[in-house]
Design a protein around this ligand. Structure first.
Ligand code: GLV
Length: 309
């Protein structure tokens, strides 16, 4: 029984060690040394080249290395009938919550302005309201969105979420579906995108959507670059419809050196590192699932191929 592993990050040694710790008898194979492909029953992958997963004849389960699975469903040759499991692990969730809270607080307290003032040796007190007066909106209330929403609510922000079906989270307002989007946006002073990327959510962060936010709202996108119309973000920043944005993800990654986001005074950039799956905790989760699979038990977090998440 072998698991083939692919990452774009230089942490393969840590993953190999983690799998050895959690399941010593698992035959861990790096992507470029697959050996006899007939042995491969499990794949744990990030952005596999198109068509390759289909070439493993005995593949039983595909585990996504990340929470998002668009990198798999964009493969038209993804083997049919092989379940795809999203990565849900506590460290990944924790990391995303930290990222969201950090940047919500930065926007809320207008920290970017304070840093600009410091560079110019300007002593200017910026007075901001406290959390209960700030309306925060989270698009996407899956594991990552729901956890961040709860922590923001615990800080007493006025939090609401928007999702396909609606979610009942104590202390968090719920809007859902196409009909709920307008009212949700109308109240969101700080908007956070943690949606899955699907044909329905592609370029959802566009001029039409920004126009429905209160003037001077801000945006945090830690989901996918495919969610954002980048020209529209620049135009909304220029017009003042958006006051600032924090982006972890981009249409093209790495962000090209000449991109106007790099030195835009109202843009904070992070290099798609809002949260990265932890090898120890991620391998533990996959091993638990392999054991479940062997016992014939259902696996949690299987992606619905029709919904794409
Ligand atoms: C990272 O982008 C992930 O999907 O976890």
């Amino acid at each position: 029984m072998a698991l083939i592993f692919r990452t774009e990050f230089a942490r393969i040694a840590a993953w190999r060690e983690a799998f050895k710790r959690h399941m010593p008898d698992l035959d861990f194979r790096a992507w470029d040394e697959p050996g006899d492909v007939a042995d491969i029953e499990f794949a744990m992958v990030w952005k596999p080249p198109r068509g390759v997963l289909r070439s493993f004849p005995n593949l039983k389960v595909i585990f996504s290395l990340g929470a998002g699975v668009d990198h798999l469903f964009s493969d038209p040759e993804l083997p049919e009938g092989v379940p795809v499991v999203r990565m849900i692990e506590p460290e990944l969730t924790r990391g995303m919550t930290e990222y969201v809270v950090l940047h919500v607080l930065r926007h809320h307290r207008r920290q970017r302005e304070m840093e600009a003032n410091q560079r110019e040796r300007k002593w200017r007190q910026v007075i901001t309201p406290t959390a209960p007066a700030r309306k925060v909106g989270i698009m996407g209330l899956g594991e990552l969105g729901a956890t961040a929403a709860k922590v923001l609510a615990a800080l007493e922000f006025d939090v609401a979420g928007w999702s396909r079906m609606g979610k009942d989270i104590p202390g968090v307002g719920s809007f859902h579906g196409a009909g709920g989007l307008g009212p949700f946006l109308a109240r969101s002073e700080i908007l956070i995108c943690l949606l899955p990327l699907t044909p329905d959510t592609e370029k959802i962060l566009n001029a039409d959507l920004f126009a429905k936010l209160p003037k001077g709202a801000s945006l945090i996108n830690a989901a996918r670059g495919g969610h954002q119309a980048e020209e529209d973000i620049l135009a909304a920043l220029d017009s003042g419809q958006l006051s600032e944005v924090t982006l972890d993800v981009f249409q093209t990654e790495p962000l090209p050196a000449g991109h106007p986001f790099w030195d835009h005074p109202k843009v904070t950039i992070t290099p798609h590192n809002a949260s990265i799956t932890d090898p120890d905790s991620g391998a533990r989760r996959v091993v638990e699932n392999i054991r479940r699979f062997r016992r014939g038990e259902p696996l949690p977090n299987i992606v619905d191929p029709k919904a794409g998440y």
